[in-house]
Ligand binder design. Structure first.
Ligand code: ATP
Ligand code: MG
Length: 231
């Protein structure tokens, strides 16, 4: 099981403190709901944790070996590969669903061994089957609905087998049916032992079995108890 300690995370913009020395443990069993008002720093924190945004201060260590601390520069390659950030409105490039999911598998950063065409084919088909979207395999990305795009973007992250997936407001602008299909996909990620942090303004996601709740407020993050907040 991957178990990480992220510490001393600080980030300011123009002297405004957004994140103030945050410190927390993460492991692949975590299914974390992260709440906080607009502008409280949720997206900022997820982007820092996934190696996409440079913080002012940051340390990463393996919980099994806390003495070895790496700063953000030393950790960002690891973070980008293992903590995969998903935007609220995911970007898919022009091309088919297959092309989009296969893309990560062809990148040296994400693929330790070079996969051949049939191995890539197998992995993409497998992940599409898991999320029950095989019928969209050859669909052009621009012809997908918002909810389908979100699920394909999750599949694209999943196929590269990260330890964690960080979902930033995945349900914004989704109708009820898309929400439920996305709940199913997220629950499958959990069955596959992927750690999840999910930001949301709405803590009432009864179909998601969160096991931790972080709340960001004025630069600080507090852990709240469950299940009071989850109905
Ligand atoms: N590029 C930037 N320039 C200036 N301020 C920024 C920039 N990016 C973020 N901020 C500010 O940092 C703060 C945290 O933003 P962030 O997007 O992380 O909040 P959030 O909790 O994700 O909000 P929301 O719920 O609206 O998505 C906000 O006050 C925002 O205005
Ligand atoms: Mg945000």
């Amino acid at each position: 099981m991957t178990s990480l300690h992220l510490s001393n995370i600080s980030y300011s913009i123009k002297k405004q403190v957004i994140l103030d020395q945050l410190d927390f443990e993460l492991n692949s069993e975590n299914f974390i709901l992260m709440t906080g008002q607009n502008g409280s720093g949720k997206s900022t924190l997820l982007k820092i944790a996934s190696g996409l945004l440079k913080p002012d201060h940051f340390y990463l260590s393996d919980s099994q070996d806390p003495r070895v601390k790496k700063n953000w520069h030393e950790s960002k390659g690891y973070l980008r590969k293992n903590l995969c950030y998903l935007h609220q409105t995911p970007y898919l490039f022009n091309g088919t669903v297959f092309d989009n999911i296969a893309y990560g598998l062809k990148q040296p950063l994400f693929s330790k061994t070079r996969l051949n065409h049939s191995e890539i084919e197998f992995k993409v088909n497998d992940v599409l089957k898991m999320i029950d979207l095989q019928h969209l395999r050859n669909r052009q990305s621009h012809a997908l609905s918002g909810g389908e795009k979100q699920r394909i973007a999750i599949a694209r992250s999943w196929v590269i087998e990260p330890s964690f997936i960080l979902l930033d407001e995945p349900f914004a602008n989704m109708d009820k049916q898309s929400r439920h299909s996305t709940y199913d996909v997220i629950n499958q990620l959990k069955e596959d032992n992927i750690g999840i942090i999910l930001t949301s303004h709405d803590p009432h996601h009864g179909e998601l079995a969160f096991n931790r709740h972080f709340h960001l407020h004025q630069g600080e993050m507090i852990e709240k108890s469950l299940p009071d907040n989850i109905i």
